[in-house]
Design a protein around this ligand. Structure first.
Ligand code: PLP
Length: 348
């Protein structure tokens, strides 16, 4: 089976043997406060720093999902108000979750062809700015986050990178909190997320001093200083992440390959009008590198889905209002080139 679903997505093929070795090594039954488990945690964190070029002073934590990260940011990093700048369904959901926990949230919505910029925000001070780097629902991305860092040096900038972390080489200093669930661009089974915090984020959490919840950030932070977790974690996924990171090249190499592939996808789609398909998003400055949305008439989309299904290929469904007029193609590192070639042959 070949899948281009943008999450849960294709896992790295090595996962099959790593699952078996986890079982044989007894990892599935180890105590989460044991030295063996602490070694896995420490090694996975160190490899994340090395492979993704995360600065040493940034902390890495494992939590259960990106959705949990939305709540942690509202609970532990926001005193009064978070500001949400988004153009799609995941950015909107984040604002909704934050809105349930906070006295105040502000949402600013922009268009899929528009480049997100600080000019879209009112000039008043922003406490926590929430950005979705890669909007999985409509296949757009915010390419340049540094403009926000420059415009709001004092703010906490939180970045949802769920469908791009592991595929794109970020400038980590542009954000204070980064997070991603592992079942998308990181090519692992669902059930865990990575959260990365700047020293400023930890300072802010210390000022706010929220300790009310099992997943209050300070509580997580204190446990991770000992390479332990605040609850019994997904040890299997930490083990798999560790194993996969050990095998893959540095993110700069991966990112180059992903960008080359996305360029080739967009070129392919720009010449595919003859078979009734084109890109949902036209602006090359906002098109995502890791998720590609393809648009057509409902009949064409239906026909393409049937043809790919017969060939054993799963495409990502369209999202929300684009459900029947688009499909999505993940361009994640776990997907092999021969799979892409096969899909292009069928689409053409
Ligand atoms: C999938 C996704 C989420 C939600 O991830 P969960 O693991 O279900 O919590 C959040 N943000 C973005 C951008 C996503 O693509």
């Amino acid at each position: 089976m070949i899948t281009f679903y943008p999450g849960p997505s294709k896992v790295y093929p090595q996962i099959a043997t790593f699952m078996q070795s986890a079982f044989e090594e007894g990892v599935l039954s180890i105590n989460h406060r044991s030295p063996e488990c602490m070694d896995i945690t420490q090694s996975a964190i160190q490899l994340l720093h090395e492979r993704l070029n995360i600065p040493n002073q940034y902390s890495v934590y494992f939590i259960s999902s990106a959705t949990e990260a939305w709540e942690i940011i509202a609970q532990s990093l926001t005193k009064e108000k978070s500001t949400h700048l988004y153009n799609g369904a995941f950015g909107e959901k984040w604002a909704e979750y934050a809105g349930k926990l906070l006295k105040q949230t502000e949402s600013i919505v922009f268009g899929v062809e528009e480049i997100a910029s600080p000019a879209m925000l009112s000039q008043q001070e922003i406490e926590v700015l929430c950005l979705t780097q890669n909007e999985t629902s409509n296949a757009t991305q915010i390419k340049d986050l540094s403009v926000f860092r420059k415009a709001f040096p004092e703010s906490i900038i939180a970045v949802d990178a769920t469908s791009s972390l592991g595929g794109i080489n970020f400038n980590w200093e542009d954000g204070d909190v980064w997070f991603a669930s592992v079942q998308k661009c990181l090519g692992l089974p669902a059930g865990m997320a990575v959260m990365i915090c700047s020293p400023k984020a930890i300072e802010r959490a210390t000022e706010i001093n929220d300790r009310k919840y099992y997943n209050s950030l300070l509580f997580i932070h204190e446990n991770f200083m000992k390479f332990q977790t605040h609850y019994t974690p997904n040890v299997l996924n930490m083990y798999l992440l560790n194993k996969i990171l050990y095998e893959i090249p540095n993110i700069s190499t991966i990112s180059e390959k992903i960008k080359k592939q996305s360029k080739s996808w967009y070129e392919f789609l720009n010449t595919s009008e003859k078979f009734g398909l084109n890109c949902l998003v036209q602006n090359i400055e906002t098109q995502s590198d890791t998720v590609i949305a393809v648009q057509g008439s409902e009949e064409t989309i239906q026909a393409v889905k049937e043809r790919t299904k017969l060939a054993g290929i799963t495409l990502g469904n369209g999202y929300g209002k684009w459900k029947n007029s688009t499909f999505r193609i993940a361009n994640f590192p776990a997907i092999d080139e021969f799979e892409i070639t096969k899909l292009k042959e069928i689409l053409g």
